[in-house]
Design a protein around this ligand. Structure first.
Ligand SMILES: [Zn+2]
Ligand SMILES: [Zn+2]
Length: 254
């Protein structure tokens, strides 16, 4: 298995995951041409994707999905709740598949296990993807962790983990108070220390990759995210990867 990011953050997200001959894209928050260019940087053609898996209806995750899926004839998978929220915008998509947030399914060689997360959307999920031998856990856009989140991410070989903000930077920022409340709330986004604490509560014995993702460009820094996760894992900060908004990150092999 291998995975790479097209970009990560509140201005757009996209994560490519590959096993054997199967390649899927989780979310697409970029425009048509931008998505093709970002895939091109990874050596991929748009029509090589077997599916787009959607996490939830916020525009940094679905903004580019309908146009890209319609143009390249790619099937789209989303929870029934997400489909309800996006139905008007997704009319041009030919193959739309709904699923319940607890139901696993397969796309080609990839086993896909969604799990529900607390976030201010209709039926938001995140994913664990596996090839039968190795597993990648993905967790962004989550206000707080839950026992379900923790058991889902237990013993993964790689994690892409939200480190949205530093609590002190968010508190000191000039964001309006209601927005600060939303971000830091139970249906908002995970801060560095909460992400670090999650790592201390799950089985990390198989971990070969940890990438911090969905960093706020105003209220966080890569160094702060790295330091928090490294302290939790007892590793050096440079071992922790960071997915950025402009370039994501390059291929990582599991
Ligand atoms: Zn987001
Ligand atoms: Zn969101």
């Amino acid at each position: 298995m291998r995975f790479a990011s097209l970009g990560s953050g509140s201005e757009g997200n996209g994560l490519v995951v590959e096993a054997g001959d199967t390649r899927v894209l989780i979310d697409c928050g970029f425009g048509l041409r931008d998505t093709a260019a970002r895939l091109g940087r990874l050596g991929l053609a748009p029509d090589s994707l077997a599916a787009i898996l959607v996490t939830h209806e916020h525009s940094d995750h679905v903004g580019g999905v309908p146009a890209f899926a319609a143009r390249h004839g790619i099937p789209v998978w989303a929870t029934y709740g997400t489909l309800t929220a996006v139905s008007a915008k997704f009319e041009a998509v030919d193959r739309l598949y709904g699923f319940d947030s607890h139901d696993a399914f397969a796309v080609g060689d990839l086993e896909i296990r969604p799990f529900p997360v607390p976030h201010d959307a209709r039926e938001p999920v995140q994913y664990v993807l596996g090839d039968g031998e190795h597993r990648l856990g993905v967790l962004t856009d989550v206000g707080v962790t839950t026992p379900c989140v923790e058991s889902s991410l237990d013993a993964c070989d790689a994690l892409v983990l939200e480190c949205n903000h530093c609590l002190d930077l968010l508190a000191a920022s000039d964001y309006p108070y209601p927005l600060k409340q939303r971000i830091a709330g139970r249906l908002g986004h995970l801060h560095n220390e909460a992400a670090a604490e999650l790592l201390t509560r799950i089985d990390t014995s198989r971990l070969r990759h940890v990438v911090a993702a969905h960093l706020s460009q105003q209220n966080n820094t890569p160094a702060k995210a790295r330091a928090a996760l490294a302290q939790a894992l007892g590793c050096t900060p440079d071992w922790i990867g960071v997915a950025d908004q402009a370039t994501g990150f390059g291929w990582r092999e599991i």
